[in-house]
Unconditional design. Structure first.
Length: 239
């Protein structure tokens, strides 16, 4: 691992505690312009998610209804009743985005796949940068909002469900992640900047509680609007 990745991992609780963690549970709200553009406004306005840290799996409790849950894995998404009865499901869910344009409406399973893999990535960062097949390198520093941020470029393996093969993670002098750049394949590859702030500690691990996603300007800096996605977490716990 690089010295910068070591700094970032230490700032977020240390590698060993992440390796020992089984789940991250987060409650809060996910909003922003993206969901209305895709015909799914409010679908995650109340979010109750549990992430499996050591494998790509996430469960949204109350997804689309009070006695339903949404299950994400890279190869399958499903909406189920509490007794396990399947209401709707889709195998190879990423393939369902083929041919989509900027205004193509989503169904609930599209939203479940996108939110599932995205939130899994966010709630396991920076630990996911240590997973097999992920290659990281330090880039030159970046000046943003009157701060000097260090940057890690990550290249992800095809087996990992994520926004795009190449992504860039920015951290402040303390090693806390503050920005994350990607160009989501399922959204046509348009560059986006994901800003993170208001970090809290839960069972020794550190997570930002406020996140928002905006377009990237031509000069590489984050635009102020439109705000495409917001993530506000009010409760985080680790087991």
């Amino acid at each position: 691992m690089s010295a910068l990745l070591d700094l970032v991992l230490d700032a977020h609780g240390g590698l060993k505690p992440w390796q020992d963690a089984r789940t991250v549970h987060a409650e809060g709200s996910i909003g922003g312009l993206l969901w209305s553009l895709r015909g799914q406004e409010g679908i995650l306005s109340t979010t109750d998610a549990t992430v499996d840290v050591q494998q790509q799996r996430l469960v949204f409790e109350g997804f689309t209804g009070p006695r339903l849950r949404g299950l994400f894995t890279p190869d399958r998404v499903a909406i189920e009743r509490q007794n396990g009865e399947v209401v709707a499901e889709r195998s190879a869910p990423r393939d369902a985005f083929a041919g989509h344009g900027p205004d193509t409406p989503w169904d609930q399973l599209h939203a479940l796949y996108f939110a599932g893999y995205a939130l899994w990535n966010y709630l396991t960062a920076p630990y996911l940068l240590t997973l097999p097949g992920v290659v990281v390198e330090e880039l030159e520093p970046w000046r943003e909002a009157d701060e000097d941020w260090r940057r890690l470029r990550a290249v992800f393996p095809q087996a990992l469900a994520t926004h795009s093969t190449e992504q860039v993670f920015y951290c402040n002098a303390a090693g806390l992640l503050r920005r994350h750049d990607y160009a989501p394949d399922v959204l046509g590859g348009t560059p986006a900047a994901h800003l993170s702030e208001h970090h809290v500690r839960a069972s020794g691990l550190v997570f930002p509680t406020h996140r928002y996603v905006v377009p990237v300007q031509e000069d590489g800096h984050a635009a102020s609007e439109p705000i495409l996605i917001t993530i506000d977490l009010t409760d985080i716990s680790v087991t």
